[in-house]
Design a protein around this ligand. Sequence first.
Ligand SMILES: [Fe+2]
Length: 257
Amino acid sequence: MGETKKTIFHMSDIHVGEDGVETDDFRQIVDSIEKRAAHVTSPLLLITGDLTAEGLREEYEEFAGVVEGLSVPMVVIPGNHDERNYGAVHFEELLGERFKTYEDDSIALYAADSAEPDNDAGHVGRTKYEEISDFFGQAKEKVRIFALHHHLIPVPHTGREHNVVEDSGAVLGVLDLANCSIVLNGHRHVPWMWNLNNMVHYTTGTLLSRRIRGATIQVHTLIEISEDDVTFTLIEKTGSASLFSRSELRVLPRSSL
Ligand SMILES: [Fe+2]
């Protein structure tokens, strides 16, 4: 394993407002991330949607109250639950743009809103493909990361497939041609990693929802990125950590491989 260049704390599917989800637990986890972040290389908190249960104003305010003033840089995008009841209005007001980019010396991250109002299915959309290609095209020396709420590839142990991104084939094609290194998402509440054409696809589990599907647990993921590999470590609510998976990384553009 190479020297870590970037550390991403990846959480998803918090579902503030859902029965059994305690805001105090969420606050405690965010505090623990802030403490851990002080001892890692170049930390970033990435939250891939379903912040709320029903997209309601009071749920958004509760979520925003916990992450407000965080000392760690944060990128947050909405999920399908956040777009219920036209919640996108509250998202934009309290948490900014629904599509975001983040860039530093080692990574280029494009974070997309794959949710639509009152539709649980995922969708990126043709109008975004060129923007995604251009963004990754100007970041050839960096680890290129695409983040969204929904999964582009089905996840095992989650029951029958539904809600996969409607234009997933086209999006996968765009990402493959753009030499995307890592795709990060949530939505399925079950951690999983696929490696497709040397592109790593990682789904993190739910942070706090009780709907954990069988024998999995509530987690967030510590992602350590080096020049040539990526490591995913699951961190439970209690703070206990266990290695989930590791993969080599495609960083160089295909033409120079
Ligand atoms: Fe979701």
